[in-house]
Design a protein around this ligand. Structure first.
Ligand code: AKB
Length: 317
């Protein structure tokens, strides 16, 4: 039987992944954990929950022993925008937490580890259109540097110790349950909230900043599909490209206007523009499709419709 530990269960992806894993594997078999942020009530109430700091190895081993954990999803990280404000502490958290978890997997019997990377591993010297799985990677953000170093470490633990680690280079993730925090792609969630609540949005990226994004249901499906794939199909251990849908703020605003005709957008690019300009505009994920059968369901129109419907419900609008 699987006993799954989710590190970072209060975050945008973690909070929804816990609920999906509980649906698939049974509520009692998925242990949600956070450090300081309070997770949504449904995460707290629907199954086991622990409070601990992944930087504290003693606490990490204790929780793993207590529940006889055999799978870990390590999602805790400082994202791109926040990491630029505190480069050294962010590097420390992103790298040391990963090394703590990798060492745990090496020394205790953990069957599988999921650790996500990001499109942030790419940089200005990477081909920006249909960015291939393997190409030049010279990230310029602290977050991207930490994710690229992490990719090398997870592959190292696979090659050297056979730690069965799997991961996806997440594009920007769009969702309506838990808002993201500190990322460069966060505009693509904020815009929906502001459109529904106030009918206008000031975007921190310019109108033509095209980036790859993925809707949460497709993100959860890809994550769990990769973890359930037979080990021999997972040929890349340093993280797979996943492309989702590519669009820029003006295209997204036009799609939102189809539902909220009075919606207005203005642009005031800030420091995150330079980060976005160094990232891919679209991703080639053919390797993930061929190796373990990545599929996705949502295009821009379908995602926009669900986002607006659900946020309207949330705010009785
Ligand atoms: C960010 O914007 O930092 C994240 C990411 C693309 O990894 N959403």
């Amino acid at each position: 039987m699987e006993k799954i530990l989710v590190i970072g269960s209060a975050g945008q992806i973690g909070s929804e992944l816990v609920m999906e894993l509980r649906r698939v594997y049974g509520a009692d078999n998925v242990i949600a954990t956070v450090h300081y942020t309070k997770p949504p009530q449904e995460v707290l109430e629907s199954g086991p929950f622990e409070h601990f700091d992944v930087m504290n190895t003693h606490q990490l081993y204790e929780v793993v022993n207590k529940y006889k954990v055999n799978q870990i999803y390590h999602l805790a990280a400082v994202l791109s925008g926040s990491a630029e404000k505190k480069p050294l502490p962010s590097w420390d958290i992103n790298m040391q937490s990963l090394l703590n978890v990798l060492e745990l997997c090496r020394t205790v019997k953990i069957d599988k580890l999921f650790w996500p990377s990001s499109i942030a591993v790419f940089g200005p010297t990477t081909p920006r259109d249909h960015t291939p799985q393997t190409c030049t990677m010279e990230p310029t953000s602290v977050y991207g540097m930490s994710k690229l170093a992490g990719e090398r470490w997870v592959e190292y633990y696979w090659n050297k110790y056979k730690v069965d680690v799997r991961g996806i280079r997440y594009p920007g993730i769009i969702s309506y349950k838990t808002e993201p925090g500190g990322g460069t792609t966060d505009y693509a969630v904020e815009i929906f909230y502001e459109a529904v609540k106030n009918g206008k949005y000031t975007c921190f990226l310019g109108p033509d900043t095209k980036l790859p994004m993925q809707f949460m249901p497709d993100c959860l499906k890809a994550t769990i599909d990769l973890m359930e794939a037979p080990a021999e199909k997972v040929k890349i251990r340093s993280n797979y490209n996943v492309g989702g849908i590519s669009f820029d703020p003006k295209i997204l605003a036009a799609e939102i206007k189809k539902h909220i005709p009075e919606f207005e957008i203005e642009y005031k690019p800030d420091f995150r523009q330079a980060i976005a300009d160094s990232w891919p505009m679209s991703i080639d994920d053919s390797v993930a499709r061929a190796d373990w059968g990545l599929t996705d369901e949502y295009d821009l129109a379908k995602m926009t419709e669900v986002m607006i419907r659900e946020i309207r419900k949330k705010f009785n609008k």
